[in-house]
Design a protein around this ligand. Structure first.
Ligand code: KIV
Ligand code: ZN
Length: 518
């Protein structure tokens, strides 16, 4: 029997720390439910001290999720740990995850503490957390750049103080696979009480090595992997869950390990995370990119027809990418449409189904062929937006080279309709000016990008908008057959995210805030 690798998903915590990727409570719950269905062992639901919104999200997830362990993050101080415990204590299996930096550069400049002071804090805070919670994980932030002898001492202390899981993060994505793997090997061989703990890997992708580093750590003794859906995360992101899990599955000949993941839920979880965060998945992204299973070159197609194993090392079905059987068009009924949604991996309630079906009918009137991507965009647009404060209602705008561009826009704010007219330099500018007339804000437009969802001039356009306000960034998508309407929706979605983000501290505060209260 192969050994189990525990999957610790941190999409809702480290993933959410990536600039622009904030999520509201409902969105986090939707993702947590899919992570639970995916059967991840641990969901790091958030950083409860960061904001009331983070706290509530972690608390709600703790109450609702029935299978996965729920972890809450805390720095090395009592206030953080109390807050994390309060948020997770109702979980079926709670875990406090506490961390402190151990590298010379972090201790000297960020913490302004001597190694012996850090050691003292590890003992105090891990013991404190262990008195509250039966399961405590301890992380040495910037472990990849820490002095190895100091790391042994810290890890031994954390285990003696009650930590059951020892996580060694490559916080800045600096190490190479053999180097990172060696840290685990040395820790296994030199920390006297290491058999009392599970070793965990946590890698960042600054050099594009996050997954390779995670696999190297597993080869040297790590039995928990921290990762995120689509590799979402600060800077270049975290290790991608789907890549690690499928590497272990496909290459079990060389890596005799298994995970308990229900890999058939990978695609739909990836789509949900992308839809909610507004972060598109690149087409050639391993496992979940739209081209990951596409074969276009004649020689490949010929091989595939003779034997799929010629060019496919795993089947699309294994990750939940089903070959579509139902073709949708303007004559399709509600029942067929609901079956189609299931085929695409979505289960929506009756009200949402009616809403999306209505929008599907409108789209089918405008567009000859309805592709799966069109339906996915409708679900993203409709289901994910139900709890938004600001809603797009309608837009009239003129385009072309003859007249000045004017927009007449209606939005709904907390259920009340508001209308504004504005002009601008082009239809999109006129529309964004009209939005600003209704919702006065100081956010700057940092990214505006249009993609066609499918081929054809009647294709839906998908617009991505990134806004920045006082150092906070948010990113959102909107889609429609009219690209100016898609632009308005994306802008409004981004403003909704900004409202959530305003209640949170900036992500970088997570490691910069002073350590107090110990
Ligand atoms: O990258 C990192 O060091 C982290 C810790 C908080 C575990 O995310
Ligand atoms: Zn991290």
């Amino acid at each position: 029997m192969s050994e189990k690798i525990y999957i610790f998903d941190t999409t809702l915590r480290d993933g959410e720390q990536s600039p622009g990727a904030s999520m509201n409570i409902d969105e986090k719950l939707q993702i947590a439910e899919l992570l639970d269905e995916l059967n991840v062992d641990i969901i790091e639901a958030g950083f409860p001290i960061a904001s009331n919104g983070d706290f509530e999200a972690v608390e709600e997830i703790s109450k609702k999720i029935k299978n996965s362990t729920i972890a809450g993050l805390a720095r090395a101080n009592f206030r953080d740990i109390d807050r994390a415990w309060d948020a997770i204590k109702l979980a079926k299996a709670p875990r406090i995850h506490t961390f402190i930096a151990t590298s010379p550069i972090h201790m000297e400049y960020k913490l302004q503490k001597q190694p012996n002071e850090v050691l003292e804090l590890i003992e105090k805070t891990v013991k404190y957390a262990r008195n509250l919670c039966p399961e405590v994980e301890w992380s040495c932030e910037d472990g990849g750049r820490s002095n190895i002898d100091f790391l042994y001492t810290c890890i031994e202390k954390a285990i003696d103080s009650g930590a059951k899981i020892i996580n060694i993060p490559d916080t800045v994505g600096y190490t190479l696979p053999n180097e990172y793997g060696n840290i685990f090997k040395k820790v296994k061989n030199n920390v006297p009480n290491i058999d009392k703990a599970i070793l965990s890997t946590h890698t960042h992708n600054d050099l594009g090595l996050a997954v390779a580093n995670s696999l190297a750590a597993i080869n040297e003794g790590a039995r928990q992997v921290e990762c995120t859906i689509n590799g979402l995360g600060e800077r270049a992101g975290n290790a991608a869950l789907e890549e690690i899990v499928m590497s272990l599955k496909v290459r079990k000949d060389l890596m005799p390990f298994h995970t308990d993941l229900n890999t058939k839920s990978i695609i739909k979880t990836s789509r949900l995370v992308s839809g909610i965060t507004g972060f598109n998945v690149q087409p050639n992204k391993a496992i979940v990119g739209t081209n990951a299973f596409a074969h276009e070159a004649g020689i490949h197609q010929d091989g595939m027809l003779k034997h799929s194993g010629t060019y496919e090392i795993m089947t699309p079905d294994e990750v939940g990418l089903n070959k579509s059987t139902l073709v949708m068009g303007k004559h399709s009924g509600k029942h067929a449409f609901s079956e189609k949604l299931k085929e695409l991996g979505y289960e929506v309630g009756d009200n949402a189904l009616m809403e999306i079906f209505g929008r599907f009918k409108d789209l089918a009137d405008k567009k000859k062929e309805i592709f799966d991507e069109d339906i996915i965009a409708l679900v993203d647009d409709q289901v994910l937006r139900v709890n938004d404060k600001i809603k797009f209602v309608s837009l009239f705008v003129n385009a072309g080279s003859i007249e000045k561009h004017n927009a007449k826009l209606t939005l709904e704010i907390d259920g009340n309709k508001k209308e504004a007219k504005s002009s601008g330099d082009g239809p999109v500018d006129a529309t964004f000016n009209a939005i600003k007339k209704i919702i006065n804000h100081g956010a700057k437009l940092k990214l505006y990008q249009i993609n066609a969802i499918t081929a054809g001039t009647d294709a839906q356009g998908e617009v991505t908008v990134r806004l920045e306000e006082e150092g906070r960034q948010v990113q959102a998508k909107g889609s429609d057959t009219d690209i100016v309407v898609a632009s308005a929706k994306a802008y409004v979605n981004a403003l909704n995210k900004l409202i959530i983000k305003r209640t949170k501290s900036a992500p970088s505060d997570i490691s910069n805030m002073k350590i107090e209260g110990v």
